[in-house]
Design a binder for this molecule. Structure first.
Ligand SMILES: NC(=O)c1ccc[n+]([C@@H]2O[C@H](COP(=O)([O-])OP(=O)(O)OC[C@H]3O[C@@H](n4cnc5c(N)ncnc54)[C@H](OP(=O)(O)O)[C@@H]3O)[C@@H](O)[C@H]2O)c1
Length: 312
């Protein structure tokens, strides 16, 4: 069995991320990885770190706001320093879990990019790019995707529209105008960010080499999490009510499934952005495989990340 090494995870403070952390920390010692928790510094980050420590894990908190690419670069640098100093074991996995659905697509990240695209996608592209040279083989990158990239029953019920792809430089541009474009636009932005994650995962595998397996996890629909916390109250109330439907996913159920994808031998073979819905390897829709869009996204991402390092 491969030594479990270290797992870095973003968005560990609540719901899916938190339950994934606790599932990893609760593994028997021989399978228990060290943990690097990347999240906004504060009591929530400290609380989950303490919970994981209480289960026996070696944990380091790395504070950073993913809506700032400077923070993301700082978090990657801290992770590299900890690894180089031997403060944690070699890096075996990175879990790109943090996400949000900004209710107002005019909102911009610190770097001026549409907030959902910036946090869900661009921040992770920066983090992974900065850490790609730090992995110890065999390693895994697990991105958290969502079935909202295409039409499906639950999405229609919640009026979350499917992706409406455009050039990534266009997708990254915040909306303008005096009035918020509304939940339809917010849903398209979220679905576009999640489609970007699939395109990125396919392209990343072409650049990462065979020692790093790239895959995408879909936790199943977990209504009632904080994902749409900026949405109108009625939307949030409906989401909380739907959480009571028997059989829908919950962070408590899906966290251990994500943890399994990160460390279990069962999933060691995953490559090429393989898509796992809860615990089932699933084919993505044809729209999610597009070599031209994947190449263009890679190139545009480099441009967007580079722009964010230049003085404005
Ligand atoms: N809920 C669902 O039905 C569903 C379905 C499919 C996929 N997913 C995906 O699953 C993942 C987790 O979702 P969830 O439902 O657990 O959402 P959640 O309850 O809102 O948790 C999101 C996590 O992301 C972090 N985050 C958000 N913005 C951040 C920022 N600017 N900087 C640093 N961290 C930030 C949050 O940190 P704070 O605590 O600091 O806010 C939190 O830890 C997301 O990628 C989501 O898209 C969810």
């Amino acid at each position: 069995m491969t030594e479990p090494g270290t797992v870095l995870i973003t968005g560990p403070t609540r719901n899916l991320g938190r339950h994934t952390v606790l599932a990893l920390a609760g593994r028997p010692e021989a399978q228990r990885p060290d943990l690097l928790l990347v999240g906004r510094a504060g009591p929530d980050l400290t609380a989950v770190a303490d919970e994981a420590r209480a289960l026996g894990a070696r944990v380091r908190e790395i504070g950073g706001d993913l809506s700032s690419l400077a923070d993301v670069r700082g978090a990657a640098a801290t992770a590299r320093d900890l690894l180089a100093a031997g403060a944690v074991r070699p890096l075996r996995a990175l879990v790109a879990n943090a996400g949000l659905m900004s209710a107002d697509t005019r909102r911009a990240s610190v770097d001026g990019y549409e907030l959902t695209f910036a946090v869900d996608y661009l921040a992770h592209a920066q983090l992974i790019g900065d850490l790609l040279g730090s992995f110890a083989a065999p390693a895994r990158v697990v991105l958290v995707g969502s079935n909202t990239y295409h039409a499906n029953f639950w999405r229609k019920l919640l009026h979350v529209p499917e992706a409406d792809w455009a050039d990534p430089l266009e997708i990254a541009r915040p909306a303008t105008g005096d009035q918020a474009p509304g939940m339809e636009a917010a849903g398209v932005a979220y679905s576009n960010a999640k489609l970007a994650i699939l395109y990125y995962a396919h392209e990343l595998q072409r650049h990462a080499g065979a020692d790093v397996g790239v895959s995408v996890f879909e936790p199943g629909w977990m209504p009632g999490t904080a994902l749409g916390r900026g949405a109108p109250a009625a939307f949030q109330a409906m989401s909380r009510a739907l959480a009571r439907i028997p059989g829908v996913s919950t962070p408590r159920r899906s966290g251990p499934l994500l943890a399994a994808m990160v460390v279990d031998g069962k999933w060691a073979h995953l490559r090429d952005g393989a898509f796992v819905l809860k615990d089932r390897l699933t084919e993505v829709e044809p729209v999610a495989h597009d070599r031209d869009r994947e190449r263009r996204l890679w190139e545009a991402t480099a441009e967007l990340l580079e722009r964010a390092t230049s003085p404005r």
